[in-house]
Ligand binder design. Structure first.
Ligand SMILES: O=C(O)CCC(=O)C(=O)O
Length: 333
């Protein structure tokens, strides 16, 4: 991670690489119906609560041109190597994405909501407590740091994502010998939430309704502290499965029918780090929870970054984001 080269250089080389991809994928090119997809974003209950308009959520002092003018983009958060790694591996880790003090304030709120006492382990009776959305100041601050905004711009595209005014959901994991019962491999699907059975929720090759999967660490997470497991490069396997299903996509039930075995050859990585670390993941990244073998509960949130405009796999100008380029590369292999 570093400041990286000037953003206009990144954009120029990214665009020429994207143009090559565009050529290679011409036969596969298809596009969402923009109106349809935007209305889904507005209607979706998602897992995520309400959204502010894009300009309202910019941190004070951020002078970006909100219409997406590349000439006025702010400095970069990710270097060219980080972007390449994101496309290849399906994730990038952002250290100090938000302040540790912010995480501490957030934990105080979350502890109360668990109904457990941080100083009395006899109250830690369940392996996992799931909490939903939180919109208090520490959560908004965590979700809206300038470092994250810059990374969103680089991975999803300027003007193409929506800021969040809440964070959730929180699977809070406690040290336990009991199996948590929710530690299977999966991807987080992104539309069709009006169906009452979550196994019928869907994902599609254009990642309708989700620009990124984000993993926010609100406590220090070591190897024993139930770090989320991620399969490096597994977004490629999922893109290959989703591509033939086109815009309608596949349900979670259909995706899970293989047990996600198409990605079982992939090396695993643990989502470890200090409180304040955020992993920005491709929406198709296969991941799983695990039992907590450590001492202190793990506080993690896994909100989506929502697209402001639908992702496109068919851009006449070749201006593909790294999220889109990863998909195009997978399906053109
Ligand atoms: O708790 C975790 O480590 C991940 C949980 C997860 O992936 C999920 O609930 O969808």
């Amino acid at each position: 991670m570093g400041d990286g080269p000037p953003s206009d250089l990144v954009s120029t080389s990214a665009m020429s690489r994207a143009a090559v991809l565009h050529e290679r994928c011409a036969g596969l090119c298809w596009r969402y119906d923009v109106h349809h997809s935007q209305s889904r974003v507005g209607l979706s209950a998602d897992l995520s609560g309400r959204f502010r308009s894009y300009p309202a959520a910019l941190p004070p002092g951020d002078s970006r041109n909100l219409r997406g003018n590349m000439k006025t983009v702010s400095p970069t958060a990710l270097g060219a190597d980080d972007i390449d790694a994101f496309i290849r591996d399906g994730f990038v880790r952002i250290d100090d994405a938000f302040a540790e003090g912010t995480a501490e304030q957030a934990r105080a709120i979350l502890w109360k909501a668990t109904g457990c006492d941080p100083n009395d382990r006899s109250t830690w009776t369940r392996p996992v407590v799931r909490l939903d959305q939180f919109g208090q100041a520490p959560f908004r601050e965590a979700a809206n740091s300038l470092k994250l905004y810059r990374a969103f711009d680089q991975l999803v595209g300027i003007g193409r994502w929506l800021p969040r005014d809440s964070i959730g959901t929180f699977p809070i994991r406690f040290p336990s010998n009991e199996a948590p019962g929710d530690d299977g491999w999966h991807i987080d699907v992104s539309f069709g939430y009006d169906h009452p059975d979550f196994m019928e929720w869907r994902a599609n090759i254009g990642s309708k309704g989700r620009a990124l999967l984000m993993l926010f660490l609100f406590s220090d997470v070591g190897a024993d502290d139930a770090p989320t497991r991620i399969r490096i490069g597994s977004h490629i396997d999922i893109a290959k499965r989703l591509a033939p299903a086109g815009e309608v996509g596949l349900t979670l039930r259909e995706l899970a029918a293989t047990g996600f075995s198409e990605s079982e050859h992939r090396e695993e990585r643990l989502v470890v780090g200090k409180a304040g670390t955020v992993y920005l993941c491709h929406p198709f990244l296969v991941h799983a929870a695990q039992r907590h073998r450590g001492k202190q509960p793990r506080f993690l949130a896994q909100p989506p970054l929502m697209p402001r405009v639908p992702l496109s796999l068919c851009r006449a100008d070749g201006d593909y984001s790294p999220v889109e380029r990863a998909i195009l590369r997978a399906i053109s292999e």
